[in-house]
Ligand binder design. Structure first.
Ligand SMILES: Nc1ncnc2c1ncn2[C@@H]1O[C@H](COP(=O)(O)OP(=O)(O)O)[C@@H](O)[C@H]1O
Ligand SMILES: [Mg+2]
Length: 184
């Protein structure tokens, strides 16, 4: 009897992997016309399947469309929303997610906020959490401390910035901005 196993693959380097190894820096971005609200909704829907029944308030104002890398922005949203859920734990809380059009040094941009009612982040860690592999002592939930680092790289590749404001005991507000380049 012939028993079929899983398909076999021959591993060989893909061309872009070689190129990346040579250059070593910078995340490639593929921009296409995107509405951030839709991407945000997709991220929330994904996380809701993991934590059904928790409350999420989603708010967006203004025009949140522009030329962005939707796949990478989705990854950043999922990272931030997953972190908020991890921080709030089983006691739950409220997660507010919003996007709005803003001016970035007189040029058009979008600002996104992800706010939770979790334990917050002490001031001494508010920069360090964006470092590779950094997790605050006592952090629950699975993870290796790369989510915020990668998310900030994705935002930087779009010409934007990411940061956090937090009052321990009250919650955290992560924010990021993206430049909206003129339509081609
Ligand atoms: N919303 C949040 N509330 C409290 N702490 C947070 C929040 N988001 C991130 N952190 C802290 O920042 C650390 C780094 O986050 P991240 O880079 O996503 O790594 P990971 O989720 O794998 O631990 C987390 O381990 C946690 O200590
Ligand atoms: Mg994370």
């Amino acid at each position: 009897m012939l028993i079929r196993g899983p398909p076999r693959f021959t591993l060989r380097p893909v061309p872009w992997a070689k190129a990346r190894a040579r250059r070593g820096t910078g995340l490639p971005i593929g921009r296409k016309q995107t509405d951030l609200r839709t991407v945000l909704r997709h991220a929330v829907e994904s996380i809701e399947t993991v934590h059904p029944g928790r409350e999420i308030v989603v708010a967006s104002e203004g025009d949140t469309t522009g030329l962005f890398d939707a796949d990478r922005i989705l990854q950043a949203f999922v990272n931030l929303i997953q972190n908020a859920y991890d921080a709030m734990g089983s006691e739950g809380g409220i997660l507010r997610v919003g996007a709005a059009k803003v001016n970035l040094a007189n040029r058009p941009g979008v600002e996104v906020r992800i706010e939770d009612t979790g334990p917050g982040i002490p001031a001494e860690y508010q920069q360090r959490i964006f470092e590779k592999f950094f997790r605050m002592p006592g952090t629950k939930g699975e993870g290796i401390g790369l989510g915020l680092y990668i998310s900030r790289e994705i935002v930087a590749a779009h010409g934007g910035e990411m940061g956090v404001e937090s009052e321990p005991g009250k919650g955290s507000r992560f924010w990021f901005t993206l430049r909206v380049p003129p339509r081609a």
